[in-house]
Design a protein around this ligand. Sequence first.
Ligand code: ATP
Ligand code: MG
Length: 583
Amino acid sequence: MTNDETRVSNFIRNIIDADLKAGKYAGRTWSGTPGPAAQQLVGPADAAKIRTRFPPEPNGYLHFGHAKSICLNFGLARDYGGACHLRFDDTNPEKEEQEYVDSIVDAVKWLGWDWRFGNETNLYYASNYFQWMYDFAETLIRHGEAYVDSQSAEEMRANRGTLTEPGKPSPFRSRTPDENLDLFRRMKAGEFADGAHVLRAKIDMASGNINLRDPAIYRIRKATHHNTGDAWCLYPMYTYAHPIEDALENITHSICTLEFEDQRPFYDWLLGKLAEHGCVNTPLPQQIEFARLNLTYVVLSKRKLIQLVDEKHVTGWDDPRLPTLVGARRRGYTAEGFRKFAEMIGVTKSDSLIDYSVFEECQRDVLNDSAARRIAVLDPLKLIIDNYPEGQEELCEAPNHPQKPDWGKRPVPFAKELWIEREDFMEVPSKGYFRLFPGNRVRLRYGFVVECTGCEKDAAGNIVAVHCNYFADSKSGTPGSDSYKVKGNIHWVSAKHSYAAEVRLYDRLFKVPQPGAERDFLDDINPDSVKTISAQLEPALRDAKAEDRFQFERHGYFVADRVDSQPGAPVFNRTVGLKDTWK
Ligand code: ATP
Ligand code: MG
């Protein structure tokens, strides 16, 4: 991990700075693995200054929004000498799958982060905490702080009240702790059908915050869980499970997105009660909310991403046009660019929309520095040098990186017939056009100066070849070569030595900044988001390995596709152009 990303302070760092200064978490102990107070209290002082976590639900692939949360949480842990846990929030029995777990592990690693801390693994599954969660619920019941409600779902909804009216207490609210305990145990034993009863926290049916009007904390769900199988038919609600997961893991700063702000009073109520009853270690974790990432030209909702994949608007989760991290990786975006982007946009308390070009600029910065230069002709047109001897060939030298002489140069073969870009020739030049046209001179970059003599056309009038003469004493790098003054400088490859390769030119998947704002988001799909072409590439590119990145001079940044490339026959994806050309 490079440490050159600049740190900007933000409100979360301010909170942590103040906590550390006040020694808020200095005295807490930690047994080395998650567990309740009894286990943590006999442990040594926690060596981690802070603990954060990234808690994905393994029910989908990670996207750019998750990357913001990952870089934030892991970045804070790194900067403050703390630990960041990777926790699979798999308390919902229905949706989780191993495929998602694996892809999440890969994505976080790919972004450059590590959840280990000293000897700790810090990769956790919330479903391993079910027994503790259950035991804590019994404790709440015993203290009269939770009760079994037997109203129907509709009754419960009707009695919850509104923003302006208080809720009505359930007729079951006055059940005694013994009655509740008996019912709760029978719920656990599988005596009742789904929905027959729920366990609710007993807080305040008149609270101005609807989340405090006796929220449900356990429900009956006769479903097989991927980790615990059929051991449970009773599952905790997310709002109950999450604070407990944080407390069991000694999390200090539990960072989540703004929509959980209204849940914070319940988070604090629950952990306050559990601390009072000696269930969880103290000091308690604190929930801090930040604005989620919203980015133009993409959709970051799991539901919409699933729809794009399922309805085959894209080729799969790793389609390079999707804002998933597997897609981003295939597209050639760099992990460093993601970290840079996360630092640049920072964290705030209010929602905003970030322009996609900001993300691309971060990627360009990293790629400009790290990608070797190569030559590719994407739309080939033959250039014939009439006065160059038939059968002759020679080598020119091209630098691998213009700002990094230590990366050296590579030989580029030159011969009588070359490929140039079709747009680098105009039979009748428009105003200000300095490239090839009859009578004009240009430099063939790293090679010779040539003067255009004309072109050949087929029967339909299409230009099929351009002719020129070269100046033998104008070869780049040879004495006197710079006495030729030309305005145009174009790239080329030798037709005999170059090879044809598949190149995919990706563009934005949506044609409007906010897909779905005005109509169904599917109607905003850009019909030209990918163009597959056969390009002529310089011979050195044949050896590119999957995921090698290059700047194709004058075109942009390209990566050897990690899925479709074959040894000796890489396929290239355009990551991003050299400049922001989106109109
Ligand atoms: P779901 O709607 O299924 O809950 P989710 O996007 O919230 O989807 P999770 O797996 O619950 O997915 O998210 C894991 C973490 O990523 C959460 O802590 C969440 O706050 C964070 N996260 C998700 N989307 C964004 C986003 N757009 N910007 C910043 N953080 C995000
Ligand atoms: Mg979520």
